[in-house]
Write a protein that binds this ligand. Structure first.
Ligand code: GLA
Length: 391
């Protein structure tokens, strides 16, 4: 890993005047396929990437929670006794929200007793791009959750830590997201994606085999706005819930292709298309897992591209920039390409032969310039290990 560990260590010492007790890190993620399925109890196939957030943490001898980071010029502090979602603002809502969530009743009996734990100093650094749809926020949440779980000796397992991250996101930040991002950040493995059934919460690694097949998975960060707390995500989620309710099922996970003709009769046109995306996307995840397991990654391209078209046409969460990135990559011979993450901006991914990487860069830069869009950031990612203690 990079030297953001060294940077975080040094910055911590300079700011707080003593050394951290440890360093914990957690990765961002790329979702290979399975978009807007997690909150419908469906299937996802994301992987943790080789871009990480580091939390340097030390126990204090009082009850203050102090957080600082390399990306915001402020030290935020709060007495643990005053920790509540309403007291949190700005970027510090992520680490402080996690501290609060670790003591929340939703986590069950093992939760932290926030009335008894000591204060902590936290310094955060990260090389996960912010706003690219690569879950920079989940990376912060998971690094801090793992750190506090160790430091406060709470003993929660990784599934519970993922829920704490999600709870912080819902309550402290106000984004009604699913469980995919935190689960990936905590369960990621080198060279493998995480297949997750978001209903049973069972997961297992699926080998990607990109390097063996001489393929690169490239991220095209369009650097356009996307904010999950914004209306679009919430509205899509509400449509899915309305569809399930109208159909008399617990969630869209219970609808399959055979049920679509009836769904078309009872749902309005837009709600039907939202539901159709979820149904077809769940199937694409299962097909991708089967292909990867049986034949490696060479045959999954069309599924990725079909996912994009479904997100563009049925779910309507793509943008002109993401569409351009996808079409340009496909014209250049990508096996498949799609937007990744919640949409409304953010990043696309393309699966391409290793040898085409620099050509792709030139083609995308050219296409974006021609359309008057700002230059995207283009980089390769590798499936990487999930959250861990680094020091
Ligand atoms: C965001 C959310 C996830 C998931 C995706 C869409 O990344 O955080 O829970 O819903 O959007 O697949």
């Amino acid at each position: 890993m990079t030297d953001i560990r060294d940077d975080a260590f040094a910055a911590f010492r300079e700011l707080f005047g003593h050394e951290p007790d440890g360093l914990w890190s957690a990765p961002g993620r790329v979702n290979l396929i399975g978009e807007h399925t997690d909150y419908n109890g469906g299937f996802v196939l994301p992987f943790a990437i080789d871009r990480r957030t580091v939390a340097a943490v030390a126990v204090r001898d009082d009850r203050m929670l102090r957080v600082a980071s390399a990306f915001a010029d402020e030290l935020v502090e709060l007495d643990l006794a005053a920790l509540s979602p309403g007291a949190l603002r700005g970027w510090s809502a992520y680490p402080m929200g996690v501290a609060w969530a670790l003591g929340a009743t939703e986590l069950g009996e093992l939760r932290a007793d926030l009335g008894a734990v000591p204060g902590v100093d936290i310094f955060i650094d990260s090389d996960v791009p912010v706003g690219a749809g690569l879950s920079s926020s989940a990376a912060i949440e998971c690094a801090v959750a793992l750190a506090l779980n160790d430091i406060w000796r709470i003993g929660l397992d990784r599934a519970a830590l993922a829920r704490a991250g999600q709870l912080a996101e819902h309550t402290a930040v106000g984004a009604p997201t699913g469980i995919m991002d935190q689960t990936t950040s905590l369960f990621g493995e080198d060279g493998a994606a995480v297949f997750l059934d978001c209903r049973s919460m069972e997961s297992h690694p699926v080998r990607l085999g990109f390097a063996e097949a001489e393929l690169s998975l490239v991220v095209i960060d369009t650097a356009t706005a996307h904010d999950l707390a914004d209306g679009g995500y919430r509205e899509r989620r509400a449509s899915c819930e309305l569809a399930a309710e109208t159909l008399g099922i617990a969630s869209l996970r219970d609808l399959d292709a055979d049920g679509l003709p009836r769904a078309r009769e009872v749902l309005d046109e837009v709600t039907f298309r939202r539901a159709r995306h979820v149904v077809t996307e769940n199937q694409r995840v299962l097909d991708t897992v089967r292909l990867l397991t049986e034949d490696g990654p060479g045959g999954i391209g069309e599924l990725l591209t079909a996912s994009h078209r479904s997100l563009r046409d049925d779910f309507e969460v793509s943008t002109p920039e993401l569409d351009l990135a996808v079409e340009t990559a496909l014209n250049l011979g990508a096996l498949g390409a799609r937007m990744t993450g919640g949409g409304f901006g953010g990043a696309a991914i393309a699966l391409i032969p290793e040898t085409e990487e620099s050509l792709l860069r030139v083609a995308i830069d050219g296409a974006f310039a021609e359309h008057g869009y700002s230059q995207p950031d283009i980089f390769r990612v590798n499936a990487s290990v999930g959250a861990r203690r680094d020091m």
